[in-house]
Design a protein around this ligand. Structure first.
Ligand SMILES: CC(C)(COP(=O)(O)OP(=O)(O)OC[C@H]1O[C@@H](n2cnc3c(N)ncnc32)[C@H](O)[C@@H]1OP(=O)(O)O)[C@@H](O)C(=O)NCCC(=O)NCCS
Length: 184
């Protein structure tokens, strides 16, 4: 897939992105938000295997580009009319500048409108989560995207250091999304 708006491009990852993804995934400062403060310790081969899944799946792992520079990644999968995405701006100098909000809005508009993605079951809801500590992400989801916080799950999962983490779950329906973002 490829979607583009002004200075932002979101496109499916290809084999040529493996080295970049490996660097991000092995960097603890990038992966802390996902519970891997020491990084994933992955190999280029393992990353290539993950990228290869793009071929056979409606769900995709994508690269986020701003002004032609790869600055982060996102992914999504769908099941029974619900989409499950995730995202991160890995290059820190691109965080906190409004890009994340724009990227999420672009992605959700694509997920709700793309014919192929909606061909099996129409996607009417998007669900994702974040860690309790990620106050910035929660602010973006609640105040800028307009998502509903559906649940706070204490001790939902154990991170790489064996520390229990609390998950904050979010969702937004097609109807609510376009009621809030009618300009899309
Ligand atoms: C979370 C993420 C997608 C947000 O995108 P972003 O481009 O950084 O965010 P934006 O610039 O669009 O918006 C940031 C907002 O959060 C606010 N903010 C910044 N730090 C904050 C904090 N510690 N607590 C609360 N709000 C905060 C900003 O003031 C701004 O809100 P405002 O416009 O109302 O003033 C991005 O920072 C990111 O990818 N981070 C690393 C990985 C990650 O956390 N991924 C999400 C996991 S669920």
């Amino acid at each position: 897939m490829r979607i583009e708006k002004d200075d932002i491009v979101i496109r499916s990852a290809v084999a040529g992105d493996a080295a970049l993804l490996k660097n991000w995934w092995n960097d603890g400062s990038v992966m802390e938000h996902a519970g891997f403060p020491k990084g994933l310790g992955t190999t280029t081969g393992e990353v290539l295997d993950r990228i290869a899944l793009n071929k056979d799946s409606l769900g995709q792992r994508c690269i986020i580009e701003i002004d032609g520079k790869a600055v982060g990644e996102l992914n999504y999968k769908t099941k029974e009319g619900i989409a499950y995405p995730g995202w991160k701006i890995c290059e820190k100098e691109y965080q906190n500048k409004g890009y994340g909000t724009r990227i999420i809005l672009m992605l959700f508009d694509f997920i709700f409108k793309d014919k192929k993605l909606n061909s099996l079951d129409a996607i009417n809801c998007i669900r994702w989560d974040t860690m309790l500590e990620n106050a910035r992400a929660q602010h973006v989801y609640e105040s800028k995207i307009g998502a509903i916080k559906t649940e706070v799950v204490e001790n939902a999962w154990k991170d790489q250091m064996g520390v229990w983490r609390t998950a904050v779950n979010y969702e937004i329906t097609r109807e609510a999304f376009y009621a809030l973002h009618s300009d899309l």
